[in-house]
Design a protein around this ligand. Structure first.
Ligand code: C5P
Length: 300
């Protein structure tokens, strides 16, 4: 095989409950991931060396040196296999960069699946998930896709059943937010209030809404413990959330660590209309309709 193309979805967190800060600098989470139909493509081609390039709207914001998560993933996979392999990776970027939608994690997951195939390794998903967890807390979910709850750092995943499709709009903001900075701001705000941070628990009402495919019920339960921190760092996002709510979104929240904002719509038509409205709003760089759940990283 001389070239393999893998498609990988973005995600939104429909519940992100953040526990106390751990000694290793991470937080224990209850993180309900939901994969949505905004996709990056990762192409891996035969090559002597290991290189990465990026094309698409966001290309100029993605590092192409060792800081690139896809190249780190390819190297980690080669190391796991105990061989020196090469690959020319090309990332076709549609997921916003540093947007809270797991774009970097998606590219890492895509590189793992693509190189596993290109190099004929035949590793099972469980092995790829282990390598993925070392690359970043969200990378295992980008492999799995669908809807799943992550505990620990978010890397210990169990699949969740959903009834039918949910329709979303993602409002993409100018600029990005560093995930580490948003967690640090969350800790700072919590220290200011001095209140005890409860152990995160899965929201049973949210699970029931997902199982039933009940969009109004899901919209009412959307929750993100990082939202206050993201809004403190980017106060303009509050106006974007309000604009979506004013136009009938069933629920609105910051996606992960932001600054992308997610809006749950009643159906595909409502999502299209809401995307048109939000794309004209001054605070949005773009607004994109999408649906979920969709599968994780898959060879095309
Ligand atoms: O795992 P990943 O490298 O994607 O995490 C980026 C940063 O987000 C970490 O360095 C940490 O500051 C924060 N984080 C956290 N708790 C988690 C996941 C991420 O504090 N469960």
């Amino acid at each position: 095989m001389s070239s393999v193309t893998v498609r990988v979805p973005a995600k939104v967190n429909v519940q992100l409950s953040v526990g106390p800060l751990r000694e290793d600098g991470y937080h224990d989470l209850v993180n309900v991931f939901h994969a949505v139909s905004i996709f990056d493509e990762v192409v891996a081609k035969e090559s002597e060396g290991m290189t990465v390039s990026v094309v698409g709207e966001w290309a100029d914001q993605v590092p192409v040196d060792d800081g690139n998560l896809a190249i780190q993933a390819a190297r980690a996979l080669a190391k796991h296999a105990g061989r020196t392999y090469g690959a020319e990776l090309v990332i076709h970027k549609a997921i916003p960069v540093a947007g809270g939608m797991a774009g970097g994690s998606a590219d890492a997951a895509g590189a793992l699946v693509a190189c596993n195939e290109l190099w004929g390794l035949g590793l099972p998903l469980e092995d790829l998930m282990e390598i993925a967890a070392d690359l970043g807390s969200d990378v295992p979910f980008s492999l799995l896709g669908g809807t799943a709850v992550g505990t620990g750092r978010g890397e210990q995943l169990s699949r969740l059943a959903t009834g039918g499709l949910f329709h979303w709009v993602f409002a993409v903001a100018e600029g990005g937010l560093s995930t580490a900075k948003v967690y640090a701001e969350c800790d700072r705000l919590r220290a200011e209030t001095g209140a005890d941070v409860p152990w995160p628990e899965l929201d049973e009402a949210l699970l029931a809404a997902l199982r039933a495919g009940d969009a109004p019920a899901l919209g009412a339960r959307l929750a993100n413990d990082l939202q206050l921190a993201a809004l403190t760092l980017r106060p303009d996002l509050a106006d974007t959330l309000d604009e979506g709510r004013r136009h009938g979104a069933l629920g609105a929240l910051v996606s992960g660590s932001g600054p992308s904002c997610a809006f749950l719509a009643g159906d595909a038509d409502h999502a299209r209309d809401l995307a048109t409205t939000l794309s004209q709003f001054a605070g949005c760089r773009a607004a994109v309709p999408a649906h979920g759940p969709v599968p994780g990283a898959a060879v095309l």
